[in-house]
Design a protein around this ligand. Structure first.
Ligand SMILES: [Zn+2]
Length: 113
């Protein structure tokens, strides 16, 4: 239930931000997620619609922005962005990579009124 815990976190942040700013309704939540954070967007949206039901975030749109993973090659020292399906160093083709970033998952901003 990885997504459910994330949804509860996202919802908590959005509802807190809305109430602190005197907002009545949350229209959209912008989320940035790393390519390797393991979140399935369809499941995230489904859980969100269930969790947000009856709250000011009901019906809010989740805008997911995917961040590329940044890897470092332990063999040759290369680092840069790499898509999940190409898990190999583009310079020396070593699979011995270290992830510098790519597992992020956080609320970037919310739109509310
Ligand atoms: Zn390399």
């Amino acid at each position: 239930m990885h997504e459910m815990a994330l949804v509860e976190g996202v919802l908590g942040i959005a509802l807190k931000a809305a109430s602190e700013n005197g907002m009545q309704k949350i229209n959209a939540i912008r989320i940035r997620m790393g390519a390797y954070c393991g979140v399935v967007p369809a499941i995230l949206r489904e859980y969100f619609s269930i969790a947000a039901d009856g709250t000011p975030a009901q019906g809010a749109e989740l805008r997911l922005e995917c961040l590329p993973a940044v890897m470092r090659c332990r063999a040759c020292g290369w680092n840069g962005e790499l898509a999940p399906e190409q898990y190999r160093c583009p310079l020396c083709e070593s699979p011995d990579l270290q992830m510098e970033s790519g597992r992020e998952f956080f609320v970037e901003s919310i739109e509310a009124e």
